[in-house]
Write a protein that binds this ligand. Sequence first.
Ligand code: AMP
Ligand code: MN
Ligand code: MN
Length: 319
Amino acid sequence: MNKENIQAFGNLVDRADRILIISHIRPDGDAVGSLIGLGLILEELGKEINLVLEDGVPKVFHHLTGFDRVFKEAAGIYDLVITVDCSDIDRIGSVLDEYGEPDVNIDHHPTNTHFASLNLIREDAVATVELIYDLTLALSYPLNQPIAEALLTGLLTDSLGFRTSNSSPRTLRIAAELQEQGADLQALYRKAMLEKSYEAIRYWGKGLGRIQRDGGLVWTSLSLEDRRETEYPGRDDADLVNVLTRIRDVDICVIFVEQKNGTVKVSWRSRPGFDVSLIATQFGGGGHKPAAGADINGSLDQIQADVLEATRKFLTSGE
Ligand code: AMP
Ligand code: MN
Ligand code: MN
């Protein structure tokens, strides 16, 4: 992201009336926060906004103003199509199948494939919301309490509450500015990061019950049966992988989540010094050095065996 492409973005927005904004499947706080934050900003500028997430907004973000304005499908004709927090086109799901390539791609993943006409990427940003904040500063866009709450949510969730190694003094300064705009940091932290449903904690129990360790590698899995038994309504890991990262002296954690469509969602987490995005890309996924994921076709057992083999190889090759 530089002066030229920020200005190019401003020009595209100036010329557009109907704008579609999309983020990725199984949306996290940065996906939702970027989507709603940018949507509310552009609406303040008088634009007609359509916000789309193929999987909808997870319950944990239903306190954000504008969550009920997010649809699961695009409809109609748009002057401008923007993706936020999507590293590649597949991450959008099938929302754009009838629309073609997006116009603008705003993201912070090092594995971003630059799939749009205009790509605003900053790899050192903790979250995509940080880029949206920078755009509002550079282009003098409005910032108010609901916008600040959406942006602070993305900052908090992608930085795991300012715990990731890329959380910088600047991250905290942005958070402070968003607090000054009226965002309640403690309340947002509790809602987005701490509170879990009873079902989610029981689902964790299933995964924790079969956790395994081999030296610096820890892994577990969650099956469709676990989901049914605990009545957990999501198709993600309910953030269990971030619980695994709390285990002492572990280099890499992996979690396998069985999906209804015959794929398995794999998530890797690592301590500094181990770039798990390198393993994820081997399996068609992507992400960041400390946190990466992939959606892989096949059975839970087979994928678990393949991924653990590749991850062990990666660890022993001394990367
Ligand atoms: P997750 O394990 O889903 O929390 O994702 C960790 C990181 O990996 C995030 O930055 C995601 O954007 C990225 N990621 C997860 N799944 C995929 C995928 N299938 N393809 C590309 N990137 C992914
Ligand atoms: Mn994300
Ligand atoms: Mn992100």
